[in-house]
Design a protein around this ligand. Structure first.
Ligand code: ATP
Length: 362
């Protein structure tokens, strides 16, 4: 059983709480990404799982066994850091073989295992080269090979791709994901890059200020953000988050007022149970239809800035009272600066967050 669990994990540095009451369980074969802004506690969580930090409270459980008291080397974990130091004087093959030297296995077995992981990571032809003679992507693959050669119970990756250039990152994401999906180990990856998380993770744990705000599949955290923070953090361009007054609900629509506009929004029926008052309405930039008439169902704004983005166009529109609304339309939809836009949001992509920031859903 190759699983990782953290239960009510808290990590303090002095009086500063870096991780607070975190709960997460990663199944065998599953990859979970810890995602969040700088300083939110991702690396501390990972280091506590690895045993590089001691939990202040709560438990770390690996393969069903509580390991709080065990040093890193006894936890049977492989970790790949952002700075994957390969020994410069040793060949790639000998670098990969390093973790096997602590194990009582013969040199033929060592060579066989190195060949096996070199095949998985397409390193077979460069095993005899020195790290100075290979590319950054190959170095990264060698670091992953070194991590998996020992067949540990689980893997921890800390920003594994952050040193690579954009193109290489893109291909390495896919390659690492493919390797992990064949290994049936629990894996935790720390990243602050949402694209990395969305493409590599089976589930994403989104952190802020030491708290895990939401855990869900990439689709869930995108389509059903639990709160305003997750909504604002996931998705590019960022979701529009509009401060509004909720006036009541009828005929499947929420009556809201924002920036002096009365708008009837089709939203989740759970909004009917909400008390009137301040809410935040969240609408993804790609969720708008641009229609020709101004009605009670439209949000009205004027196109102020137009940014071509390849197949799509990003429009910054401004309401009468000055709020900025981001709208993404297909490139062939022609919009001019100064044009009045009447925007109807797609109900499935319109979120209402109560005054406490939590999503209103059944
Ligand atoms: P980043 O993406 O910038 O690496 P992170 O989410 O991984 O950030 P952590 O490195 O876990 O964040 O740090 C969480 C908080 O704990 C930060 O405010 C950091 O300054 C603090 N912290 C981390 N390590 C220590 C330490 N050894 N002593 C004191 N404070 C620390």
């Amino acid at each position: 059983m190759s699983t990782i669990e953290i239960r009510d994990l808290t990590k303090k540095f002095g009086t500063f709480v870096a991780v607070k009451d975190a709960n997460l369980s990663v199944a065998a074969g599953e990859t979970v990404c810890l995602l969040g802004p700088s300083g939110c506690g991702k690396t501390t969580t990972l280091r506590t799982i690895a045993g590089l930090e001691r939990a202040t409270a709560g438990d770390v459980v690996i393969a069903g066994r509580r390991v709080n008291h065990l040093p890193p080397e006894k936890r049977d974990i492989a970790m790949v850091f952002q700075f994957y130091a390969l020994y410069p004087a040793l060949s790639v093959g000998r670098n990969i073989a390093m973790p096997l030297h602590r194990e009582a296995i013969g040199s033929a077995e060592v060579a066989a295992r190195v060949r096996k992981v070199a095949d998985i990571l397409h390193l077979r032809d460069i095993l005899d080269r020195l790290p100075g003679q290979i590319s950054e992507g190959e170095k990264q693959r060698a670091a992953v090979a070194r991590a998996i050669v020992r067949d540990p119970k689980c893997f921890l990756f800390d920003e594994p791709l952050s040193r690579l250039d954009v193109e290489l990152r893109h291909s390495m994401r896919g390659q690492i994901k493919a390797v992990l999906s064949n290994l049936t180990k629990a894996t935790v990856i720390v990243t602050h890059d949402q694209l990395e998380a969305l493409t590599m993770a089976d589930r994403i744990a989104i952190m802020r200020d030491g708290l895990i705000e939401q855990v869900g599949s990439p689709h869930e955290v995108f389509a059903k953000p639990a709160n305003v923070f997750v909504a604002s953090f996931i998705g590019t361009p960022q979701m529009n988050l509009i401060d509004a007054q909720f006036k009541g609900y009828g005929n499947g629509k929420a009556k809201v007022v924002f920036d002096e506009q009365d708008v009837d929004l089709s939203v989740h029926p759970a909004v009917a149970n909400l008390k009137t008052g301040r809410v935040t309405v969240g609408i993804r930039p790609r969720a708008f239809s641009v229609v020709s008439e101004d009605t009670r169902d439209t949000i009205d704004a004027m196109a102020e800035l137009i940014e071509p983005m390849g197949a799509e166009t990003l429009i910054h529109a401004r309401t009468k009272t000055g709020s900025d609304i981001r709208v993404v339309v297909p490139r062939d939809k022609r919009v001019k600066i100064g044009e009045a836009l009447h925007l109807v949001p797609d109900p499935a992509q319109t979120h209402v967050f109560a005054d406490d920031g939590k999503a209103v859903r059944a």
